[in-house]
Design a protein around this ligand. Sequence first.
Ligand code: UDP
Ligand code: MG
Length: 338
Amino acid sequence: MNSLRHGQDTPLPAPLPDMALRPEVSKALSAVVPCFNEEPGLEALIKRLSAACAKAVGDDFEIILVNDGSKDGTWAEILRLSETVPQLVGVNLARNHGHQLALTAGLFLARGQRVFIIDADLQDPPELLAEMVAALDAGAEVAYGQRIHREGETWFKKASASAFYRLLQRLTDAPIPADTGDFRLMTRQVLDVLLSMPEQHRFVRGMVAWIGFNQTAIPYRREARFAGDTKYPLRKMIGFAMDAITGFSIAPLRLSLYLGLFSVLVALGLGAFVFWSWLANHTAPGWTSIAIIILAFGAMQMFCLAIMGEYLGRTYMQTKQRPLFIIQAIHQGKTPPP
Ligand code: UDP
Ligand code: MG
């Protein structure tokens, strides 16, 4: 683990490195923080986060800060802070991999029995950890923060996020909760399943929801950033939304099925009209046959695309190699459940 503290050389080949390389459980709690150009806010983060962790589990925690190819002094700041905070583990990625992969790298290295995910910008209060711990103590496997209010964000960000979560709920079968980020606490059991999913385009909050078990929402108010600007410009937001939708749904591919059915109906209607025009002698010679050919072939093509879309979608979902089901416990007769 020492090499992780100081070394720059922990490459993370995609999708996921060999599971055998995962460190063993040796802490009560790991906090995982992806950091991209977060230098100015890190000190304040560590102060509040380590206080919240210490309150929950005493000394028995680690804070994994993943530097996601920052252009500012984030890595130097992580090294500086780790001089005084022994629980700090710094992970330096080779380049910017994006929020979700940086997070995954940190999760992979987590040694905690429970794992707390939080952003570096203090928009999500670390102190909510206490409530999340209580929820897990009461039997939940995942406790996620649900934003009832967002401070200091543009109306465009709020409106697009709200529309996005609602669209996502309509398009997917997974019970992905609205207004929920990656801010959450989960058990090792859930983490193990999450890391067993080898897919490349990762939408972590959706994957955790998809896994199931007992998940509890903890409402909270989201603050403005402590320092710096959002690291999610529109371009990244769109990419993120595409990862979420395509990762959990083949609905966009199914669009051609509906378009196909629609074009068959249109072709039938227009075909009847074309035929009637021909009977009534309203047509230029040749138009009838051309119109019917275009309509019929257009509809047929749409339909064939729909069929291909279905197969493509199924193949795509299969390539994700997700587990078919996840068993929480097996109980038999009078033996205590495992
Ligand atoms: N982040 C990252 N890599 C990126 C973009 C963002 O690790 O390429 C981190 C960022 O440092 C922060 C978290 O992901 O800790 C969420 O980003 P941000 O706060 O900018 O997103 P927002 O809250 O505006 O949606
Ligand atoms: Mg933020």
